[in-house]
Design a protein around this ligand. Structure first.
Ligand code: NAP
Ligand code: MG
Length: 489
């Protein structure tokens, strides 16, 4: 595969009303390559004026023009075509994502980009299957419901799966007939802008999707406050989710929130140990731990704890940080210097609170240097009330908590403000199902981890947010129901 040169990365502009334009202020910010720390290119910095233009374009496209008149089957075909075009440009998207985010190229090409295409094609099928009901009435009436789009959707997404998160928001929103303004994270704006090119090429009418690059306080907050936006779909941290919920109260927007996590993984003594060790490593080290579902608290039954830790140590030692553009690389840099500092600070807190560092613990050295690399890090002998077991680190740091009593382990697994995901490792089918039922999390994996498909609802319990994305469930977020009464007397 040909690694692209810096010269091939174009400066990024805003995509408003079907055209690429600079920001009204002319201001830009730098996009950084996390593998080197070097500036990749400049990106237009949207402010309230640009957000207003984007929302107006989305409103106009929602109310007039070809979009509201388009037949549902034509809409479905359009979504399918977007998926096809994504797959046609798969390597280019994967490379750009790697340069901008530091995510390993192989993961982007094999997982993120195909899953994004699949998401558009999954919702292509739903475009023709969203319908209301006929409802019996006790009076002389004919009563039926219509399922209508919500209107203009403001989608705000994070940096850990930039391209895929854009698909998770836009595909169901478009499938139901909404229009959208998408704000990618400032650390990773480039593939969202490229998606704008793809949408235009597919024939999405102008103004139906607008893409505004900028920061949270300037661009994101203006989108949340804007009275022309009907709904905010947000993925990101819990504190920003809370801020968005507060800020959206004035205009009473519909809000869905996919937030942070501190997911427990329970390894029982009767588990397939090889499988559980593999799951424990990918559970925390995939995407360098920058996953909202990261299995960052690992509860291990005491009788197998020692042998489990030996095997985990051997497997972790093989996870060597490298250049994410190298197709063999499975562990790259973190997204930014700020994220690296945050993770290193938590590692310091783990040490100070008396957890036992058994792997990693510092910056990883990679040939060429300069990037934001942290070693795969494991703490053993962690207690569930320690900071590293309570707070989301969003990096490659695993907290291992040994247990004797399975009941107590389930209780502790639930004893955390978050509830996004959880995993159970056992060969006992009764135990697997009963523990899965008792775990307070939106997703539970039995003898696997990170399984995810466009078909299946995904979202949080407790402080991990509300609303379910993907699957049929996502249609609830992007439609509203109208009851129509007809007098038959
Ligand atoms: P973040 O700081 O919450 O940012 C997420 C998005 O919100 C970014 O686009 C950000 O813009 C924007 N934003 C920031 N402040 C805002 C404000 N006041 N109003 C409106 N928008 C604002 O999260 P992150 O650091 O990018 O991502 C990591 C976090 O996301 C983790 O905590 C992780 O658990 C969570 N996450 C959750 C899921 C899930 O599905 N539940 C998935 C992925 C990530 P800027 O980046 O430009 O500031
Ligand atoms: Mg970047």
């Amino acid at each position: 595969m040909l690694a692209p040169t810096k010269a091939q990365v174009k400066p990024a502009q805003l995509f408003i009303a079907g055209r690429f334009v600079p920001s009204a202020s002319g201001e830009t910010f730098d996009s950084i390559n996390p593998a080197t720390g070097a500036v990749l290119t400049q990106v237009a910095q949207a402010g309230p004026t640009d957000i207003d233009a984007a929302v107006k374009a989305a409103r106009e496209a929602f109310e007039s023009g070809p979009w509201p008149k388009m037949s549902v089957s034509a809409r479905g075909r359009l979504l399918w075509k977007i998926g096809d075009l994504i797959m046609k440009r798969r390597e280019e998207i994967a490379e750009l994502e790697t340069l901008d985010s530091g995510k390993p190229l192989t993961d982007n090409a094999r997982i993120d980009v195909p899953m994004a295409a699949d998401c558009f094609q999954y919702y292509a099928g739903w475009a023709t299957k969203i319908h209301g009901r006929t409802i019996p009435s006790s009076g002389p009436y004919f009563n039926f419901t219509l399922r209508e789009p919500v209107g203009v959707v403001g989608a705000i997404i994070p940096w850990n799966f930039p391209f895929l998160m854009a698909a998770w928001k836009l595909a169901p929103a478009l499938c139901a007939g909404n229009t959208a303004v998408l704000k990618p994270a400032e650390q990773t704006p480039l593939t969202a802008v490229l998606l704008g090119e793809i949408l235009a090429e597919a024939g999405v009418p102008e103004g139906v999707v607008n893409i505004v690059t900028g920061d949270g306080p300037g661009a994101g907050a203006a989108l949340v406050r804007h009275p022309g936006v009907d709904k905010i779909a947000f993925t990101g941290s819990t504190p920003v989710g809370q801020e968005i919920l507060r800020a959206s109260a004035d205009t009473l927007k519909r809000v869905s929130l996919e937030l942070g996590g501190k997911s427990p993984s329970l390894v029982f003594a009767d588990a397939d140990m090889e499988q559980a060790v593999r799951g424990a490593t990918t559970g925390i080290f995939y995407n360098e731990g920058q996953i909202c579902t990261a299995a960052s608290r690992l509860f291990v039954e005491s009788s197998v704890h020692e042998s489990f830790m030996e095997a985990l140590g051997r497997r972790t030692a093989k996870m060597v940080a490298g250049d994410p553009l190298d197709p063999k690389c499975r562990f790259g840099p973190l997204v930014s210097e700020a994220q690296m500092s945050r993770v290193l600070r938590y590692i310091g807190i783990g040490r100070d609170e008396g957890a036992k560092l058994v792997a990693g613990g510092g910056k990883a050295r990679v040939e060429g240097g300069g990037g934001f690399y942290v070693e795969p890090t494991i703490f053993d002998g962690v207690r569930n009330d320690m900071t590293i077991a309570r707070e989301e680190i969003f990096g490659p740091v695993l907290a291992v908590i040994p247990f004797d009593d399975p009941e107590e382990a389930v209780r502790q697994a639930n004893d955390n403000p978050y509830g996004l995901a959880a995993a159970v490792w056992t060969r006992d089918i009764k135990k697997a199902h009963s523990v899965a039922r008792r775990l307070r999390a939106g997703t539970v994996w039995i003898n696997t981890v990170n399984a995810l498909e466009s078909t299946t609802p995904f979202g949080g319990y407790k402080m991990s947010g509300f609303g379910r994305e993907l699957g049929e469930a996502s249609l609830d977020l992007y439609t509203q129901t109208k009851s129509v009464w007809v007098d038959l007397s």
